[in-house]
Design a protein around this ligand. Structure first.
Ligand SMILES: *[C@@H]1O[C@H](CO)[C@@H](O)[C@H](O)[C@H]1NC(C)=O
Ligand SMILES: *[C@@H]1O[C@H](CO)[C@@H](O)[C@H](O)[C@H]1NC(C)=O
Ligand SMILES: *[C@@H]1O[C@H](CO)[C@@H](O)[C@H](O)[C@H]1NC(C)=O
Length: 413
């Protein structure tokens, strides 16, 4: 049994050197300990190449065996699937219910089962992870053997801050051959060229109309159309900060770093720890401030890069389709009491952050807009289907969170 300290050290190492994705530790992944995280978005096996005539396989018991994972994101959903196809080209079967892990760290279940008919065959076990920045993949080559593995081993542990719950995640359900077509109507539709174009626009600063920078809009009212059906547009007032400085500020205040992953808006403003930290500082100056206004927003970037830019807001609106903006009301130019002190406090940490990790306009106040993928507002499920992200989000909210809103709520949302 590995001493706890070395497990903790290994976890810290992983979190500090990796970009906070996930690892498959058991069964042994195709890439072993040479996993290349930047290849993890590649389906079906990340940087691993499935080829059962070449891959080294370990035994996997069909009546129950262990799958051990390490998550670097604060939350993600997992699918555990398998195929007998030598190249993992398809024909996937689901081996375990789709689940959501909350909390960074290890997760292990020793109750993953495969069809009994597979005994004596080789196969590929594939893990698909629905992370805030997209789907990630890892695989392992296995020999399916009879019986159950009753000694999962010391590597099979759950992190102390990790919890898991079974969940309905259409983006993952569509990756196995089960009939989930009723709730993923678009899963068989190939993404159109325009979809990738709009995805490329993610995180871009929005400049409406004829190149008029938003910051110079003097109008008291403006109509904004969301540029992408895939996500939503957020317009905010506040300051821009590098993720490096933001993370140093969070760490100095005893909070987890973001690593450039869009934070989870779950439970904002009352339970999201970053929002609580910001409000705690603001409310010392103005006890009557609106706690909803102060939060960190990080644009999600194309593909798998993490953002290096974050925003700290004092006012924000999200536009799903279109809405009237009353600038005085929604995005007032007057900076609330305490916010400038907060900005100075965040920037005071700059000295401890290497220059190359910082922004040239670190801390600049402004009116900013960006597009982000469609998030659930109650958990961190992400919906990035090019054409149906909004309706997927609504279906998810109805099914998982009991929302009564319907799939086509009024657009002022
Ligand atoms: C990981 O993959 C990326 C993308 O192909 C590549 O640029 C990088 O060099 C690889 N890293 C290692 C350590 O092989
Ligand atoms: C797909 O998997 C099923 C169930 O294991 C198997 O019967 C079938 O032959 C497989 N099909 C292909 C094309 O591999
Ligand atoms: C980890 O947590 C899951 C979900 O709560 C549980 O099913 C599993 O048995 C736990 N694993 C260990 C090794 O305790």
């Amino acid at each position: 049994m590995a001493p706890l300290r070395s497990v903790v050290a290994a976890t810290l190492l992983f979190l500090s050197t990796a970009n906070a994705h996930f690892e498959l530790n058991q069964p042994v992944s195709l890439e072993g300990d040479k996993m290349n995280e930047s290849l993890e978005p590649n389906a079906p096996c990340g940087g691993g190449v499935a080829d059962l005539s070449q891959n080294t396989a370990t035994d996997f018991h069909v009546d129950g065996d262990s799958v051990s994972l390490l998550l670097g994101h604060p939350q993600a959903d997992y699918l555990i699937r398998a195929t007998l196809d030598s190249r993992a080209a398809g024909n996937w079967s689901q081996l375990y219910p789709i689940f959501t892990q909350s909390g960074r760290g290890s997760f292990c279940t020793s109750n993953v089962k495969a069809p009994k008919e597979w005994v004596g065959k080789k196969g590929i076990i594939g893990i698909a992870c629905n992370a805030p920045d997209g789907l990630l993949y890892q695989c392992a080559a296995v020999n399916f053997v009879a019986g159950a593995n009753t000694t999962p081993g010391s590597a099979c542990t759950n992190g102390s801050s990790v919890s898991a719950s079974f969940n309905d995640v259409p983006a993952l359900a569509s990756l196995v051959g089960t009939s989930s077509s009723t709730n993923t109507p678009s899963s068989s539709t190939a993404p159109s060229p325009s979809a990738s174009t709009s995805k490329g626009a993610a995180a871009a600063l929005l400049v409406p109309g004829n190149g008029v920078p938003l910051g110079s809009l003097a109008a008291t009212a403006a109509m904004v159309l969301s540029a992408s059906t895939m996500g939503s547009t957020t317009i905010l007032r506040g300051f821009k900060v590098s993720v490096a400085v933001l993370d140093a500020f969070l760490a100095a205040n005893g909070e987890d770093e973001t690593y450039g992953t869009p934070p989870f808006y779950q439970h904002h403003p009352d339970k999201d720890r970053i929002s609580m930290l910001l409000y705690g500082k603001i409310s010392k100056v103005d006890a009557g401030a609106d706690r909803n206004n102060f939060r960190v927003m990080i644009p999600s970037k194309e593909g798998h890069d993490h953002s290096t830019v974050a925003y700290v807001t004092y006012a924000w609106v999200t536009i799903y389709a279109h809405r009237d903006l009353d600038m005085d009301e929604d995005l007032p130019i007057t900076v609330p009491a305490g916010f400038e002190d907060l900005r100075k406090e965040v920037l005071s940490i700059c000295g401890s952050v290497p220059d190359q990790d910082r922004l040239l306009d670190e801390g600049r106040m402004g009116l900013y807009a960006f597009i982000r993928p469609q998030y659930c507002d109650q958990c961190d499920a992400v919906f990035d289907s090019p054409h149906n992200a909004f309706s997927e989000r609504q279906v998810h909210r109805i099914r998982v969170h009991g929302s009564k809103e319907g799939t086509c709520p009024l657009p002022n949302a």
